[in-house]
Design a protein around this ligand. Structure first.
Ligand code: NAG
Ligand code: NAG
Ligand code: NAG
Ligand code: NAG
Ligand code: ZN
Ligand code: ZN
Length: 425
């Protein structure tokens, strides 16, 4: 996109980056593969895939359709793309949702296990010597979202795998509990021990706290669990060097602040492999291009240094050959020195106050699928979802930013003066 102010300034930063010594490492994060084994190319768009429901798969091609979950060829293509792009990562994070969006009746336990084992198999086959940290999604059980028992695991000395499906408001099995499966007290204990041992921790999970940025007032967690999650991060932020989640299928992030308002932690929401257009009422055209993502980090401190997202333009892939491309590098696109909480806060403030950064962020949010303009309501939804995980503070943000949109930043009359200010950032 044309965005002179945004793209101008990269040169100076490279000096800074070279000057800072760190011990580079990198890892993959993939999520929401949602393999649909029924996908097949037929002349009747309504019979292409079970996951499209009653919607026709109007542009079905061999790599998929925006109305459908992933065909095997797309799964295969994404795992081999990982191998081509970064064949020897330090590890792979795989945060769940493996099965298609179909009614429970259409997907027995056997089918769920078959899907999970096929995906596990291809990842292990292509990356035989790489450690994979999996977290289960809400679609990885049968019946969906009704988890009977905890699946807690501490798969590594610095990896905390949370089963946040327990907090999902559709999970009837846990809604009356104070601390389902004792996971919060367990996590509190693990993080306390980590602090005592001077360890650093990454948290991975599937369903994130806070709100869905594509639909106003849409949280996933029950309110009490959302609060407990925030408390956990605020208490232990000094040992938590990153949080990596999925479920949205979009590319976004969530900020965590202390009581003084300083940024203390970031949750990265990585885009899904499935292009499936969400059927959530109130979201228009909520599909995405398939995305996979490399995190660059410091192996000594676990500081997240950068995020590089790669994607498949599904339309183009179907028309010609499937070719995965780099979509963007975080530090270049948002002109920040790294992916620390302070830098992500800076990126968020740019997105909140500059039309140009907002539009860039918005296009990345759907992995360059939806290239329409992010208007002022859209701005408020995305900015408040990223800024406020807490339910009350989110509500307050909607009011405040909604008013800001009326009085200032986005009024065309004022925007020239404002963009001059941002040009100096
Ligand atoms: C293609 O998928 C449709 C819908 O799931 C199914 O009815 C049909 O039998 C499938 N055809 C083949 C050849 O698998
Ligand atoms: C998977 O992708 C690889 C690399 O492009 C290709 O060699 C292989 O034939 C594919 N397998 C299937 C089943 O599509
Ligand atoms: C859980 O941890 C145990 C050992 O700590 C390991 O053997 C097992 O594979 C892990 N399971 C998962 C799902 O990561
Ligand atoms: C994806 O490919 C289609 C078809 O070639 C093209 O019209 C569209 O602009 C591409 N999108 C991006 C973000 O490059
Ligand atoms: Zn999903
Ligand atoms: Zn999910």
């Amino acid at each position: 996109m044309q965005c002179q102010v945004c793209s101008l300034v990269i040169v100076g930063q490279h000096h800074v980056r070279i000057a800072i010594r760190f011990y580079p490492g990198n890892f993959w994060h993939i999520t929401d593969l949602h393999w649909d084994p029924t996908y097949n190319l037929t002349d009747n768009p309504e019979l292409v895939c079970a996951s499209s429901g009653t919607r026709p798969a109007a542009n079905a091609g061999k790599f998929g359709d925006y109305a459908c979950d992933s065909p095997w060829l797309l799964i295969n293509s994404s795992v081999y793309a990982m191998k081509n792009i970064l064949p020897d990562p330090d590890f792979i994070l795989w945060t769940g949702d493996d099965t298609p969006h179909v009614p429970n009746e259409d997907l027995g336990e056997e089918a769920v296990l078959h899907i999970i084992s096929s995906l596990t198999h291809i990842i292990n086959q292509v990356f035989p010597n790489t450690k994979v940290y999996p977290a289960l999604g809400n679609h990885d059980y049968h019946p969906k979202s009704q988890l009977p028992s905890p699946l807690l695991n501490r798969t590594g000395f610095r990896m905390l795998v949370l089963n946040t499906n327990l907090y999902y408001d559709q999970n009837k099995a846990t809604q009356d509990m104070d601390d389902p499966a004792g996971q919060f007290s367990w996590a509190d204990q693990v993080l306390t021990e980590a602090a005592n041992n001077k360890e650093k921790v990454y948290i991975i999970g599937h369903v994130p706290p806070g709100f869905f940025e594509k639909k106003r007032n849409k949280p996933w967690f029950m309110p009490s669990f959302n609060k407990l999650y925030l408390d956990l991060i605020q208490k232990h932020h000094s040992v938590i060097l990153g949080q990596f989640f999925g479920h949205h299928h979009t590319d976004s992030f969530r900020m965590f602040y202390n009581s003084e308002g300083s940024p203390i932690s970031t949750m990265f929401l990585s885009p899904g492999v499935t292009p499936w257009k969400t059927s959530l009422p109130g979201v228009t055209d909520g599909a995405n291009n398939p995305g996979i993502r490399v995190f660059e980090y410091d192996t000594q401190t676990l500081l997240v240094k950068d995020v590089v997202t790669h994607y498949l333009n599904l339309t183009r892939a179907n028309a010609a050959r499937g070719r995965w491309e780099k979509e963007y590098r975080l530090t270049e696109s948002f002109r920040v020195p790294d992916a620390s909480p302070a830098s992500m806060h800076q990126a968020l403030e740019r997105i909140a106050s500059s039309r140009c950064y907002l539009q860039k962020y918005y296009e990345f949010n759907s992995v360059s699928y939806d290239l329409t303009e992010c208007n002022s309501d859209c701005r408020v939804d995305h900015v408040c979802a990223a800024r406020e995980v807490d339910f009350d503070r989110y509500e307050h943000c909607l009011e405040k930013e909604g008013t800001a949109a009326i009085y200032g930043v986005f009024l065309p009359v004022l925007s020239m003066a404002v963009s001059l200010v941002f040009a100096n950032w």
